[in-house]
Design a protein around this ligand. Structure first.
Ligand SMILES: Nc1ncnc2c1ncn2[C@@H]1O[C@H](COP(=O)(O)OP(=O)(O)OP(=O)(O)O)[C@@H](O)[C@H]1O
Length: 273
């Protein structure tokens, strides 16, 4: 196994003691550090499975800050982030949400897929995401001031945007934006090898396959195979699953339910393996 770091469990806080493996795509590490030193929040833009979460884990390790990840969904309310009163043993107590905890402790709060969250959640982010750096906790009548260590980051997949689910200008214009995409072929091959332990020949073929599926984007596929899916297929292959079956299970079936698209994608992998 090449996994030498723990995965962040929502919304648990995690301090990385070992370096999470991350291959930079460009200047994102330096830009993130500069934004962090200036108290500026960061927006990670890019398709699914291209390394955004891994980048955050790596930055948390670099800055030696605990990371709190919140996977946003359409039921996520402001209270889920800020906190709420709970009754425990007949007593009413206040329990901080993950965002309040991150602000109090000076951690990184990473809001994954933030467009999925309800509109009222973005309202609580705004005062934290500009130079006030405060979290209004209306229910307890408290205004939490963020210490310099606190860092706000969120991710966003521009490919899925629609009129209903798009970041408001007033939100996005508060963030330093970093663009992520699938790495070039040589780098992606290296990542697949490191993450799975597969040999370079097979890794090269997998990357070729991924790039073929990415060309089908918009022609029946919503999205091509991500780096994540290549790593999955490679892990199956290392565990002695045949390449064609590995590609079918880890990649083709993960991409689509459409039977015509499935046979097209399976034909591509059969031509390579
Ligand atoms: N630059 C990279 N360095 C190291 N590993 C990477 C890199 N990019 C992708 N990976 C691999 O791809 C997997 C998926 O990446 P990650 O979980 O960071 O995706 P993501 O962009 O956060 O996706 P989502 O938006 O769906 O959450 C990682 O677990 C890792 O194995």
């Amino acid at each position: 196994m090449t996994h030498h770091h723990a995965r962040v469990l929502t919304p648990e806080e995690y301090l990385f003691t070992e370096e999470p493996y991350y291959e930079p795509l460009g200047e994102e590490i330096a830009v993130f550090e500069a934004a962090y030193r200036n108290g500026l929040p960061v927006l990670l833009k890019g398709p699914t499975g291209c390394g955004k979460t891994r980048f955050m884990e790596h930055m948390a390790w670099r800055l030696q800050l605990p990371l709190i990840t919140v996977s946003c969904h359409d039921d996520l309310t402001a209270s889920d982030l800020v906190g709420r009163f709970l009754v425990r043993g007949g007593e009413t107590i206040w329990v901080d949400g993950p965002l309040a905890r991150a602000v109090r402790n000076g951690s990184i709060c990473y809001l994954d897929e933030v467009v999925e969250a309800r509109k009222d959640t973005t309202v609580v982010i705004h005062p934290l995401a500009d130079d006030r750096r405060v979290l209004p906790m209306e229910k307890v009548g408290e205004l939490l001031e963020a210490p310099p260590e606190f860092c706000l980051a969120m991710s966003y997949n521009p490919g899925y945007q629609s009129v209903l689910k798009d970041l408001k200008q007033s939100t996005r214009q508060r963030f330093v934006a970093l663009e992520f995409d699938y790495p070039d072929a040589a780098l992606e091959q290296k990542i697949v090898e490191k993450e799975s332990g597969i040999d370079s020949q097979m890794a090269r073929q997998l990357v070729k396959f991924a790039r073929m599926t990415r060309n089908l984007k918009g022609q029946g596929l919503d999205e091509g195979a991500s780096t994540r899916l290549l790593v999955h297929a490679a892990k199956l292959m290392v565990a002695d699953v045949s390449p064609v079956i590995a590609c079918r299970s880890a990649i083709a079936q993960a991409l689509t339910d459409d039977s015509d698209m499935l046979s097209a994608v399976n034909e591509l992998s059969a031509s390579l393996f």
